[in-house]
Write a protein that binds this ligand. Structure first.
Ligand SMILES: [Zn+2]
Length: 234
């Protein structure tokens, strides 16, 4: 039985590696997916920043147009002043002129303020675009690495899956069935017994059972979790 147990351990070692590879087959593509999701979030933030920049620019243009209109009105009033004949018309024009000058000043202040805001938001947008660009570079670099790893993983996985049957030789069919049954429920199905305890479930093993492990004449199962027990050799 000792020989069969050691063959079974070889099979288990093989299966442990297969399970590791199975995990990598899932986790590697997932890693890239999650990186892409993160860049997607940054791109959403950039879009909001671009929208807000657009709004400020629209408002700035409106204020600039208003300023241009003020200036045209000022020029018109100045031309009209040359033509007036009465003191009252002159007084009225003077009043209008003052009003438009005041408006022009207000619009100019607003335009200058908005220019500053535009400049600030353009800086934010530029730095966000640079951040996204370097993030994408990182994603593409990691993606290439992952594709290479995945290729190796797939090759090893296919090889190991193909080799599994060969590892059955020298092991009783019934024992393989038991192993597979356990493996599907509690992996790994073979565990060492240490200090009269099952290392699978940590429960104590009755002394008689524990001692029989040294003979290795028969398969010994943990009475609590049903895993196959063995004694680890130094
Ligand atoms: Zn156990």
């Amino acid at each position: 039985m000792k020989e069969q147990l050691s063959r079974l351990l070889v099979l288990q070692k093989h299966d442990i590696r297969v399970k590791e590879l199975e995990k990598e087959r899932v986790s590697l593509p997932r890693e890239i997916e999650s990186m892409k999701t993160d860049v997607g979030e940054l791109e959403k933030i950039l879009q909001k920043e671009l929208d807000s920049l657009g709004e400020v620019n629209t408002w700035r243009k409106e204020q600039e147009n208003a300023l241009n209109e003020d200036e045209e009105k000022i020029q018109k009033r100045l031309r009209d002043m040359d033509k007036v004949t009465t003191g009252k018309d002159y007084f009225d024009l003077q009043k209008e002129l003052e009003y438009h000058k005041k408006r022009a000043k207000e619009h100019e202040t607003e335009v200058l303020k908005l220019m500053g805001v535009v400049e600030e938001r353009e800086k934010i947008v530029t730095s966000r675009q640079e951040q996204i660009k370097s993030f994408w570079e990182m994603v593409h670099k990691r993606e290439a690495e992952i594709e290479a790893s995945l290729k190796t993983v797939e090759e090893e996985y296919a090889l190991l899956v193909g080799q599994r049957q060969e590892l059955f030789s020298g092991i009783d069919k019934a024992l393989i069935r038991k192993y597979d049954f356990l493996a599907a429920r509690r992996f790994p199905p073979l565990v060492p017994a240490l200090e009269e305890r099952c290392t699978g479930c940590s429960m104590g093993i009755p002394p008689q059972k524990f001692n029989s492990l040294y003979d290795a004449k028969e398969i010994v199962e943990c009475p609590f979790c049903a895993r196959i027990l063995y004694i680890e050799e130094e």
